[in-house]
Design a protein around this ligand. Sequence first.
Ligand code: AMP
Length: 395
Amino acid sequence: MRTLNDFDFKNKKAIIRVDFNVPLDENFKVTDATRIEAAKPTIDAILAQGGNVILMSHLGRPKGIEEKYSLQHILAKTSEILGVPVQFVSNCVGTEANTAAANLKPGEVLLLENLRFHSEEEAGDAAFAKELASLGDIYVNDAFGTAHRAHASTTIIAQFFPKDKCFGLLLAKEIESLNKVLKNSEKPVTAVLGGSKVSSKITVIENILDKVDHMIIGGGMTFTFVKALGGKIGNSICEDDKMELALEILKLAKEKGVQIHLPVDVVAADAFSNDAATQIVAVDKIPDGWQGLDAGPKSLEKIKEVILASKTILWNGPLGVFELENFANGTIALGNFIAEATAKGAFSLVGGGDSVAAVKQFGLENKVSYVSTGGGAMLEMLEGRVLPGIAAILD
Ligand code: AMP
């Protein structure tokens, strides 16, 4: 795996694909700069060697040129985080970009305008990728969040750097962390899969059954399994058309010697609301008119036991409707169990938009081993797919 360490960036122009797709408020101020901060180590390392840096990213989903998606909005924040002035060019290709890139001196940073102002970016257009490529000497991909897309700047561009291409520090760390779970894992390995639907996680579940010893299933997808097993789930969320699949998973898990842990009890509510009346009931005896919205105490006890005995833990998806305070307990408890196991030496990887949000919200970010930055990209890797952005560098 070629990384920054395999190159000397002195007097070289590094063109780096970063993921600066950050949230902005109504005044176009960055509300969460995590993604910019995450790319800083790579940028710093190249600048420290006497290289210069051309940053390219997308922001949002513009249809053509849309001012509200201009990367100009994040320029000040990027300068602040990097601690150096950052130059900006209002088109990622063309004369202006060529001149700005050519005039860059060692230690300088240039941010290109939103790649997606050109439809060629998402189309993976080779001529557009070649134009981008002409700006730099070495291509660095540090954008895990888009590594599962074969776009011009994430994948196609790599072919114009047959040798001079590598992973940035962030992307290398993402790959390494996922490999610690999927390939070189220390046993016992436990995956916790929560969230709302079986359908969105099914391929992940099937793929990782070969790699884990325990699988904890929680959140809304529980009820598809419970109903398929003949339980009463009241008004809980359920995908009836996935019940057969749920039974197949349970059978497959048994064949592979994977222990599946479904909740035994839940916090049931009489409405999908923070003000709803609640009661703790057995997961398979939920009264009509009630729905399971969080893991119950007995379930959490079992989960704790499994997590604390694990050496490798993967967590994707909340155990309940954690956005509502009264149903966040299970997700918070799980986060704390994982933090405790990590403190005792387990390797823990948290990924997926909602679990990452939960970990941040509950202040557990620094108590797990790694928080993945790419939701969709991480899920695709867990599904066992080779991401085009990663393959293009390994090529
Ligand atoms: P996903 O995007 O599939 O990972 O699902 C995340 C969402 O699942 C969160 O917004 C949670 O509120 C929701 N969720 C978790 N548990 C439940 C549940 N028991 N019933 C309904 N939704 C749930």
